[in-house]
Design a protein. Sequence first.
Length: 154
Amino acid sequence: MFHITIQYTTNKTLAPKASLLRQWAKMALSKKVISAEMTIRIVGAHEIALLNAIYRHKKIPTNVLSFPLNIPNVIPMVTPLLGDVIICADVVNQEAREQHKSQYAHWAHMVIHGILHLLGFDHEKKKDAKIMESLEIEILQSLGFTNPYKVLRG
C-alpha cells in the first residue's frame, strides 16, 4: 500500500492533478517496494531556490529535490516512510518547453527521478547513472512515455 501526500504551494494549474502525480509515483514505487509513505510537494521558483541554496549550496532554482527520511532500523514500521520529493513547477514547465517534450512526460520523469533518489538510486558516477536512467526509461515506457534522454542526446 502506498500513501502519497500531494502538497501545492504554487498555483495548482501549473502542475498535473494530484491523481496523475500519485499514479506516476505508485508506478515508480511498485518497482522496488510493496508499501511506502511519502510526500510530493509542488513549489515555485523562490522556494526551490531557497532549498537548493541551503542543502546543495547552489543559489538557483532546480527542477526536483529529494529528501530521503533516514529512520533507524530499530523503530518498527508497518509502512516505511521514504521522505519528500520537491518539484518546481516553473522550472519543470520551462524545461519541457525548451527540450520540446510533452509537459506530462517531463512531469512524470521528474516524479520518477525524485522517487528513485528516495529509494537510494544516484547518478553521480557514470555506472550508477546508467542504472538509474535505465530504470527511469523502463518506468516511463510502462506509463506510455518515451525515453527522456533520447531527446537530450539527439
